[in-house]
Design a binder for this molecule. Structure first.
Ligand code: ADP
Ligand code: ZN
Length: 206
Protein backbone atom coordinates (compact mmCIF):
# COMPACT_ATOMS: atom_id res chain seq x y z
CA UNK A 1 0.00 0.00 0.00
CA UNK A 2 1.33 3.41 -0.99
CA UNK A 3 -0.03 6.19 1.15
CA UNK A 4 0.49 9.94 1.24
CA UNK A 5 -0.39 12.06 4.24
CA UNK A 6 -1.42 15.53 3.20
CA UNK A 7 -2.20 18.42 5.51
CA UNK A 8 -1.06 21.81 6.74
CA UNK A 9 1.98 22.13 8.99
CA UNK A 10 0.86 21.18 12.46
CA UNK A 11 -2.12 19.18 11.22
CA UNK A 12 -0.80 16.08 12.96
CA UNK A 13 0.72 14.24 10.00
CA UNK A 14 3.75 13.11 11.96
CA UNK A 15 1.70 11.90 14.92
CA UNK A 16 -0.69 9.94 12.72
CA UNK A 17 2.23 8.59 10.70
CA UNK A 18 3.67 6.99 13.83
CA UNK A 19 0.32 5.27 14.53
CA UNK A 20 -0.05 4.15 10.92
CA UNK A 21 3.44 2.64 10.62
CA UNK A 22 2.78 0.72 13.82
CA UNK A 23 -0.43 -0.83 12.57
CA UNK A 24 0.31 -1.27 8.87
CA UNK A 25 4.04 -1.88 8.86
CA UNK A 26 4.81 0.78 6.24
CA UNK A 27 8.05 2.77 6.29
CA UNK A 28 7.42 6.31 7.52
CA UNK A 29 9.18 8.65 5.13
CA UNK A 30 9.15 12.22 6.39
CA UNK A 31 11.06 14.60 4.13
CA UNK A 32 11.24 17.10 7.01
CA UNK A 33 12.90 14.46 9.24
CA UNK A 34 15.26 13.44 6.42
CA UNK A 35 16.32 17.05 5.91
CA UNK A 36 16.75 17.60 9.64
CA UNK A 37 18.93 14.46 9.88
CA UNK A 38 21.09 15.82 7.07
CA UNK A 39 21.44 19.12 8.90
CA UNK A 40 22.31 17.41 12.16
CA UNK A 41 24.92 15.24 10.44
CA UNK A 42 26.27 18.26 8.54
CA UNK A 43 26.05 16.56 5.16
CA UNK A 44 26.42 18.59 1.93
CA UNK A 45 22.64 18.33 1.46
CA UNK A 46 22.05 19.56 5.00
CA UNK A 47 24.31 22.54 4.41
CA UNK A 48 22.35 23.45 1.28
CA UNK A 49 18.92 23.40 2.90
CA UNK A 50 19.49 24.64 6.44
CA UNK A 51 18.99 28.36 5.83
CA UNK A 52 15.92 27.74 3.68
CA UNK A 53 14.25 25.53 6.26
CA UNK A 54 14.83 28.10 8.97
CA UNK A 55 12.75 30.61 7.00
CA UNK A 56 9.85 28.20 6.44
CA UNK A 57 10.23 28.03 2.68
CA UNK A 58 10.43 24.87 0.62
CA UNK A 59 13.76 23.27 -0.13
CA UNK A 60 14.65 23.07 -3.84
CA UNK A 61 12.60 20.54 -5.80
CA UNK A 62 15.58 18.85 -7.44
CA UNK A 63 17.22 18.09 -4.09
CA UNK A 64 13.95 17.00 -2.50
CA UNK A 65 12.90 14.71 -5.34
CA UNK A 66 16.37 13.13 -5.56
CA UNK A 67 16.34 12.46 -1.82
CA UNK A 68 12.90 10.80 -1.96
CA UNK A 69 13.85 8.79 -5.04
CA UNK A 70 16.85 7.35 -3.20
CA UNK A 71 14.79 6.58 -0.12
CA UNK A 72 12.09 4.77 -2.11
CA UNK A 73 14.72 2.44 -3.55
CA UNK A 74 15.45 1.00 -0.13
CA UNK A 75 14.30 -2.49 0.65
CA UNK A 76 11.73 -1.54 3.26
CA UNK A 77 9.69 0.22 0.54
CA UNK A 78 9.07 -3.03 -1.33
CA UNK A 79 5.50 -3.29 -0.08
CA UNK A 80 4.68 0.39 -0.11
CA UNK A 81 5.34 3.60 1.74
CA UNK A 82 3.86 6.23 3.97
CA UNK A 83 4.95 9.64 2.76
CA UNK A 84 4.70 12.54 5.19
CA UNK A 85 5.54 16.01 3.90
CA UNK A 86 6.04 14.94 0.30
CA UNK A 87 4.83 15.92 -2.26
CA UNK A 88 4.40 19.55 -1.27
CA UNK A 89 3.73 21.10 -4.66
CA UNK A 90 2.41 20.08 -8.07
CA UNK A 91 5.87 19.53 -9.54
CA UNK A 92 6.78 17.04 -6.81
CA UNK A 93 3.43 15.26 -7.23
CA UNK A 94 4.09 14.87 -10.96
CA UNK A 95 7.57 13.49 -10.29
CA UNK A 96 6.24 11.01 -7.75
CA UNK A 97 3.66 9.79 -10.26
CA UNK A 98 6.56 9.00 -12.61
CA UNK A 99 8.56 7.11 -9.98
CA UNK A 100 6.02 5.37 -7.78
CA UNK A 101 2.45 6.73 -7.75
CA UNK A 102 0.42 6.54 -4.51
CA UNK A 103 -2.72 4.43 -4.04
CA UNK A 104 -4.41 6.75 -1.59
CA UNK A 105 -3.93 10.29 -0.30
CA UNK A 106 -5.21 11.07 3.18
CA UNK A 107 -5.91 14.74 3.66
CA UNK A 108 -5.96 15.80 7.31
CA UNK A 109 -8.17 18.88 7.53
CA UNK A 110 -7.68 21.31 10.40
CA UNK A 111 -8.84 24.77 11.27
CA UNK A 112 -5.95 26.95 10.05
CA UNK A 113 -6.55 29.40 12.89
CA UNK A 114 -5.53 26.80 15.44
CA UNK A 115 -2.27 25.98 13.76
CA UNK A 116 -0.10 28.65 15.30
CA UNK A 117 -1.06 27.42 18.78
CA UNK A 118 -0.48 23.80 17.79
CA UNK A 119 2.97 24.48 16.40
CA UNK A 120 4.35 26.96 18.89
CA UNK A 121 3.45 24.54 21.72
CA UNK A 122 5.06 21.60 20.01
CA UNK A 123 7.96 19.67 21.51
CA UNK A 124 9.76 17.16 19.29
CA UNK A 125 11.77 14.15 20.35
CA UNK A 126 15.34 14.35 19.09
CA UNK A 127 15.47 10.56 19.13
CA UNK A 128 12.20 9.03 17.83
CA UNK A 129 10.97 12.27 16.16
CA UNK A 130 7.48 12.02 17.62
CA UNK A 131 6.01 15.30 18.77
CA UNK A 132 3.82 16.31 21.67
CA UNK A 133 2.00 19.43 22.76
CA UNK A 134 2.71 21.26 26.03
CA UNK A 135 -1.06 21.30 26.62
CA UNK A 136 -0.75 17.55 27.21
CA UNK A 137 2.79 16.99 28.48
CA UNK A 138 3.46 20.23 30.39
CA UNK A 139 7.10 21.10 30.86
CA UNK A 140 8.57 17.62 30.84
CA UNK A 141 11.90 17.32 29.10
CA UNK A 142 11.93 13.63 28.22
CA UNK A 143 9.94 11.97 25.43
CA UNK A 144 6.93 10.04 26.82
CA UNK A 145 7.51 7.35 24.16
CA UNK A 146 11.25 6.71 24.28
CA UNK A 147 12.79 8.93 26.95
CA UNK A 148 14.73 10.94 24.34
CA UNK A 149 15.36 14.64 24.71
CA UNK A 150 12.43 16.90 23.81
CA UNK A 151 13.44 19.92 21.76
CA UNK A 152 11.76 22.87 20.09
CA UNK A 153 12.26 22.72 16.34
CA UNK A 154 14.04 25.76 15.00
CA UNK A 155 11.17 26.52 12.58
CA UNK A 156 8.45 26.16 15.23
CA UNK A 157 8.21 29.87 16.09
CA UNK A 158 5.30 32.18 15.35
CA UNK A 159 6.99 34.06 12.53
CA UNK A 160 8.17 31.01 10.63
CA UNK A 161 4.82 29.31 11.16
CA UNK A 162 3.08 32.14 9.31
CA UNK A 163 5.49 31.71 6.40
CA UNK A 164 4.98 27.94 6.37
CA UNK A 165 1.21 28.44 6.31
CA UNK A 166 1.48 30.86 3.41
CA UNK A 167 3.66 28.37 1.51
CA UNK A 168 1.16 25.63 2.28
CA UNK A 169 -1.76 27.66 0.95
CA UNK A 170 0.03 28.75 -2.20
CA UNK A 171 1.86 25.55 -3.13
CA UNK A 172 0.49 22.52 -1.31
CA UNK A 173 -3.26 23.17 -1.27
CA UNK A 174 -3.53 22.66 -5.06
CA UNK A 175 -2.59 19.02 -4.45
CA UNK A 176 -6.08 18.44 -3.06
CA UNK A 177 -7.55 19.06 -6.48
CA UNK A 178 -4.75 17.15 -8.20
CA UNK A 179 -5.41 13.96 -6.24
CA UNK A 180 -9.14 14.48 -6.10
CA UNK A 181 -9.20 14.40 -9.90
CA UNK A 182 -7.30 11.12 -9.77
CA UNK A 183 -9.94 9.77 -7.38
CA UNK A 184 -7.32 9.20 -4.68
CA UNK A 185 -8.11 11.90 -2.12
CA UNK A 186 -9.87 11.07 1.13
CA UNK A 187 -10.30 13.81 3.72
CA UNK A 188 -10.47 13.25 7.47
CA UNK A 189 -11.35 15.70 10.22
CA UNK A 190 -8.10 16.58 12.00
CA UNK A 191 -9.71 18.75 14.67
CA UNK A 192 -10.37 15.69 16.84
CA UNK A 193 -8.36 13.74 19.38
CA UNK A 194 -5.37 11.74 18.13
CA UNK A 195 -7.32 8.49 18.59
CA UNK A 196 -10.38 9.81 16.77
CA UNK A 197 -8.34 11.02 13.82
CA UNK A 198 -6.56 7.68 13.68
CA UNK A 199 -9.90 5.82 13.74
CA UNK A 200 -10.98 7.75 10.66
CA UNK A 201 -7.73 6.84 8.91
CA UNK A 202 -8.11 3.17 9.78
CA UNK A 203 -11.56 3.24 8.15
CA UNK A 204 -9.91 4.49 4.96
CA UNK A 205 -6.97 2.09 4.95
CA UNK A 206 -8.98 -0.91 6.11
P1 ADP B 1 5.62 20.56 8.94
O1 ADP B 1 4.76 19.56 8.25
O2 ADP B 1 5.29 20.70 10.39
O3 ADP B 1 5.68 21.90 8.25
P2 ADP B 1 8.06 19.21 8.03
O4 ADP B 1 8.98 18.57 8.97
O5 ADP B 1 7.26 18.36 7.12
O6 ADP B 1 7.12 20.12 8.94
O7 ADP B 1 8.87 20.25 7.10
C1 ADP B 1 9.77 21.18 7.63
C2 ADP B 1 10.49 21.93 6.50
O8 ADP B 1 11.25 21.00 5.70
C3 ADP B 1 9.60 22.65 5.49
O9 ADP B 1 9.18 23.91 5.96
C4 ADP B 1 10.53 22.72 4.28
O10 ADP B 1 11.49 23.74 4.41
C5 ADP B 1 11.26 21.40 4.34
N1 ADP B 1 10.57 20.36 3.54
C6 ADP B 1 9.97 19.25 4.03
N2 ADP B 1 9.40 18.54 3.03
C7 ADP B 1 9.64 19.22 1.89
C8 ADP B 1 9.30 19.02 0.52
N3 ADP B 1 8.59 17.96 0.11
N4 ADP B 1 9.73 19.94 -0.39
C9 ADP B 1 10.44 21.01 -0.03
N5 ADP B 1 10.78 21.26 1.24
C10 ADP B 1 10.40 20.38 2.21
ZN1 ZN C 1 11.02 9.80 21.54
Amino acid sequence: MKVILLGAPGSGKGTQAAYITDKYDLPHISTGDLFRDNIKNQTPLGQKVKAIMDTGNLCPDDLTVAMVKERLKEKDCENGYLLDGFPRNLFQAGELDKIDAPDVVINIEVDLEKIEHRITGRRSCANCKNSFHVDFIGDREACPDCGGKLVIRKDDNAETVRERLAVYQAQTLPLEEYYSKQGKLVSVDGDKSIEEVFAQIVKVLG
